[in-house]
Unconditional design. Structure first.
Length: 210
């Protein structure tokens, strides 16, 4: 094989390897894998709350929406919708032009979905309980340079490192007794079904032409 042909083959292989790497790290599938890894990591931390009498539910459908709730926690200190984020270890939180930024993304854009999810969960649980139920919107962060001791509040949502999540929840003032936690947990389990279950139902309707 001539040196020219060998050089061309080497260049093509290098190009294919680069393209494959970019696809793995920047494709929607890669973003989904990162998100799923963050959710699993948060779920492991939340097991401590279950041992302390909290109800912890994962990956719930939001009524009348295509959104899903990563984690819903119900316990003596309140009700919490938790969104898991797994960011690059070099991602920083900074202030510029009167706006907080997560890397190159405005913090407002990051918190908007979890605020919506918390509001809808609050509406559903309030109707079931017959009284207003305030649901806190929380973002659990894995991997970024967010300070271990820093808690950021933006538009009513709280952003903090995942390592602080359980302690932050358990140190809040008590709002519900065991009976109240039970009522809200039952309502959530009934009215906020698993997201995968709603997808299966949607697929069945489509297959039937509905």
């Amino acid at each position: 094989m001539s040196t020219i042909w060998l050089g061309l083959i080497t260049a093509v292989l290098a190009s294919l390897i680069t393209m494959a790497h970019q696809f793995r790290t920047h494709s929607p599938a890669a973003a989904w894998r990162k998100g799923a890894a963050g959710e699993r990591a948060t779920a492991r931390r939340l097991r401590k709350l279950e041992l302390a009498g909290y109800t912890v539910l994962h990956d719930l459908a939001v009524p009348r929406s295509n959104a899903n709730i990563d984690h819903l926690v119900i316990g003596p200190t309140g009700v919490f919708v938790i969104d898991s984020k797994k960011w690059h270890r070099r991602t920083t939180v900074r202030a510029a032009a009167g706006t907080l930024w997560i890397g190159r993304t405005p913090l407002d854009k990051v918190v908007r979905p979890v605020l919506f999810e918390a509001r809808r969960a609050g509406e559903v649980l309030s109707q079931a309980a017959g009284r207003r139920v305030q649901v806190a919107a929380v973002i659990s962060v894995h991997g970024s340079r967010l300070s271990r001791h820093r808690v950021i509040t933006n538009r009513g949502a709280t952003l903090l490192r995942a390592a602080r999540l359980v302690g932050w929840i358990t140190r809040r003032p008590h709002l519900y007794d065991a009976a109240g936690v039970s009522v809200l947990s039952t309502a959530a389990s009934t009215l906020l079904p698993p997201y995968a279950q709603t997808l299966d139902a949607s697929d069945r309707r489509e297959s039937l032409g509905g």
